[in-house]
Design a binder for this molecule. Structure first.
Ligand code: RUB
Length: 311
């Protein structure tokens, strides 16, 4: 696949969800590297920058590209081999982390409980499916997740597993929250101060959950933590086309239509982040970025370098 074609698949959301996007970017870079014969570094950097400029919010894309592009070697062959090895490592990280999150998270799901989830998160669904496979009698409320209706994907996935599922509109969350025992959602990005960036509407759910004293848990692989926020960068929230929100006749009106795809849930609303290295409080985000992703506050130069690397 050409790089532009791959980028378009991410932009158009044919490939979507933070984990899928990251895995797809790693395998696209690998596939591209296998075809490059000359000017290896230059062509790889160009490809990396095209992929990075597709969707701005999920840091998993940045972490995937950064991981794969950290290859070394003297000759083109050495560089290619090292890049391919790193891409394979990243892809394996995605798969093993998701399973591990399922095992760790399932321990927090009590038998007989009702779980609310939002959007379509492979990590959150791994927790729910694992709990169900362990024989726990659970039920799920899934929001439709306007405007792109990722909730339809979720209910299809859950009913395929035989998990009792109820689809609700996004605005019905508070109406049902007292029937819910815990909320489990995924993450596009976790900032250094433990805030969660996830599908638009997540923060309203967190607010309703806090008021009703319903535990709010996030399932997030460590590559969803953002080293960029350690260096002071704010997470860019993607705003998508108004045509996703309203029909033709409404689009023609002299009004504004805003369509942010994600929102920010402050860490005070989060009880637990389930990662592949353990169930942690949001306050531990800095440690994850330092220990797991290898960035410290002294690495500013390195990060600048890697940012420049893809310009
Ligand atoms: C998807 C979304 C998901 C996270 C986590 O948004 O917000 O909750 O990406 O998903 P979009 P996962 O559909 O706009 O990409 O756990 O699969 O990485």
């Amino acid at each position: 696949m050409e790089i532009e074609e791959a980028a378009e698949k991410i932009r158009s959301m044919e490939v979507r969800g933070a984990a899928n996007i990251a895995k797809f970017a790693a395998s696209t870079l690998k596939e591209f590297a296998l075809k490059v014969d000359s000017d290896f570094d230059k062509k790889m950097r160009k490809a990396a920058s095209i992929l990075l400029n597709t969707r701005p919010t999920a840091v998993s894309l940045f972490n995937a590209v950064n991981y794969v592009m950290n290859y070394d070697g003297e000759t083109v062959e050495e560089k290619r081999n090292n890049l391919v090895k790193r891409a394979d490592e990243f892809i394996e990280w995605v798969d093993t982390a998701r399973n591990r999150i399922g095992e760790i998270g399932a321990k927090r799901i009590k038998d007989g409980s009702t779980i609310l989830t939002h959007c379509n998160s492979s990590a959150a669904l791994s927790v729910i499916k694992t709990a169900f496979k362990q024989g726990k009698k659970i039920e799920v409320f899934a929001t439709e997740s306007r405007p792109r209706m990722q909730g339809y994907l979720t209910v299809k996935e859950l009913s395929k597993e035989g998990i009792p599922t109820t689809l609700i509109v996004d605005s019905a969350v508070r109406y049902f929250i007292n029937e819910v025992d815990c909320v489990v959602v995924g993450a596009d990005t976790i900032t250094v101060n433990g805030a969660l960036i996830n599908k638009i509407g997540t923060s309203q759910i967190a607010l309703a959950a806090k008021e009703a004293r319903v535990p709010f848990m996030v399932a997030a692989e460590t590559y969803k933590f953002s080293p960029k926020t350690l260096f002071g960068e704010l997470v860019v929230i993607e705003e998508r086309d108004p045509s996703e929100v309203a029909p033709e006749d409404v689009l023609k009106l002299p009004i504004k239509i805003r369509n942010p795809a994600f929102d920010v849930t402050p860490r005070d609303y989060i009880d637990l982040i389930i990662t592949e290295i353990g169930a942690i409080p949001p306050e531990m985000a800095y440690l994850v970025i330092k220990e797991r992703l290898g960035y410290t506050i002294f690495d500013t130069e390195e990060l600048k370098l890697s940012a420049k690397h893809f310009d």
